[in-house]
Ligand binder design. Structure first.
Ligand SMILES: *Cc1c(COP(=O)(O)O)cnc(C)c1O
Length: 449
């Protein structure tokens, strides 16, 4: 009789395979300060045939069975097998919609443009996928008697929102460090509302990161930034979910915006497992899209990845990716190289217009999604992405978290940018004839064939 499978995972140095740590150890980097990654016992996972994994994941989809109804925990064996179900901290994240953006795709000249709306989730960004994994592991560690008093992160807004929500759900104190005045109001109010200890510091993201790294050196403060590779384990489900939602067909291209570059690495890591465990045979090509004002990966790509130079990121509307010294640079380069990838950039005008154009077809894009859409447009325009290609753009946050950006765009108040699709509200006296005349003129103007 077959024995019960013993799925196992551990931290392992990326640079020095063999340097291993248990997942409940308080460790973020290897002996040289390099990145760790979570490695799974693939031989054990391989004992289950590919079709059985598919059937299992499908059977768990959207059930209320704790914790498997979550898009992340429905793949628990591939994510963090060692966490006891009782210690999982979940708000049934994942399962975000993947849909055919027919009208916008046709405008770009694409038959099959699909959008994966990762912002349709608990705190409005894909960061939930990673935080459910990390906070669950922290709860597990506390149950095992590890000295973790609180969790902390530096953030461009969405990480702190997700950390605060999941920590609050578990009753674990959270501390967040934000660059003062550089995040949206919606992003600031989330950790405030969830009861986190919120510090707004006079610096940028990279400056907050320096502080939180020191804070996490002692006092039982556990670091929740994406340098902590536990988050990647949750985030990697996005690629698996895209393929599952596509009836196990692999798209030709997946486009994703990148800042600290944890998410593009996570995307590749999830797809790797699908290939390694035989659920699919093909790999998509990955496009990582950066804001031109914060483009260290793009610059390195232009140099064939021969050298990397951190930069001082300039302000960008895509504030969540205003990062000049990305933590996961090496992992991202590995992902781009193995997935025949492309790195593209988008200027402020390009990202704002792409977001606005797509909004006109019923979407409601955050500026980071605007970066990904602008990159997609460029690749289509130069023929790299073909008209018949199956393209999935990862939308990383909900547009409602970035209404300041949209309001300014439509009121034509964005600095240095004259919008091409402004649609400010029309203010008129409450007079029927004036309203009707104007209304008919607007219909005529806008919906001319
Ligand atoms: C965090 C974030 C990103 C960038 O992800 P990285 O892992 O830092 O590359 C992109 N978009 C949004 C909305 C985010 O919150």
């Amino acid at each position: 009789m077959a024995s019960k499978p013993q799925y196992k995972a551990w931290f392992e140095s990326v640079a020095h395979p063999g340097e291993r740590y248990e997942l409940d150890e308080i460790v973020y980097t290897d002996r040289d300060g390099g990145l760790l990654q979570v490695v799974h016992d693939m031989d054990e996972l391989r004992k289950t045939p590919a079709d059985d994994w598919k059937a299992l994941f499908e059977a768990r989809d959207h059930t209320s069975e704790w914790p498997y109804g979550s898009g992340v925990w429905g793949k628990k064996e591939w994510v963090l097998p060692c966490v006891q179900p009782d210690n999982v901290v979940s708000m049934f994240e994942g399962h975000s919609n993947l849909f055919w953006a027919e009208r916008y795709g046709k405008q770009l000249g694409l038959e099959a443009l699909w959008i994966k709306l990762c912002g349709n989730t608990h705190t409005g960004s894909f960061k939930d996928l990673g935080m459910t994994a990390l906070v669950s592991m922290v709860k597990e560690m506390r149950m095992r008697g590890k000295p973790v008093r609180a969790v902390a992160c530096a953030s461009t807004g969405d990480t702190s929102a997700a950390l605060s929500a999941y920590a609050a759900s578990a009753g674990i104190p959270a501390i967040v460090f934000l660059p003062r005045g550089k995040i949206s109001l919606a992003q600031l109010i989330q950790p405030v509302a969830n009861g986190a200890i919120v510090f707004a510091l006079d610096t940028d993201f990279d400056g907050c990161m320096e502080i939180v790294k020191r804070v996490a050196e002692k006092d039982g403060i556990y670091l929740a930034n994406s340098m902590n590779s536990l988050r990647i384990e949750g985030q990697k489900t996005v690629g698996i979910e895209i393929v599952q939602q596509s009836e196990w067909r692999v798209p030709d291209w997946i486009v994703i915006p990148g800042g600290n570059l944890g998410n593009v690495s996570a995307l590749a890591k999830g797809l790797d497992m699908l290939v390694d465990l035989g659920l699919v045979t093909k790999r998509p090509r990955i496009v990582c899209a950066q804001a031109a004002n914060a483009n260290p990966l793009y610059r390195a790509y232009q140099r064939g990845f021969e050298t990397f130079e951190p930069i001082a990121a300039q302000p960008t509307l895509a504030s969540a990716i205003q990062i000049g010294n990305p933590v996961s640079y090496e992992k991202a380069v590995d992902a781009i190289q193995r997935y025949d990838g492309v790195v593209e950039e988008a200027t402020e005008a390009e990202l704002a217009e792409a977001a606005a154009e797509a909004d006109r077809t019923g979407l409601f894009n955050c500026p980071h999604t605007g970066v990904a859409l602008a990159a997609t447009k460029k690749l289509v325009a130069r023929g790299e992405i073909g008209p018949q290609d199956h393209v999935v753009v990862i939308s990383t946050a909900h547009g409602l978290k970035f209404v300041d950006f949209k309001v300014k765009y439509h009121e034509m108040r964005l600095e240095g940018l004259i919008p091409e699709h402004p649609n400010p509200a029309i203010e008129l006296p409450a007079d029927y004839d004036t309203v009707r005349t104007r209304m008919l003129r607007e219909i005529e103007l806008r919906f001319r064939e």
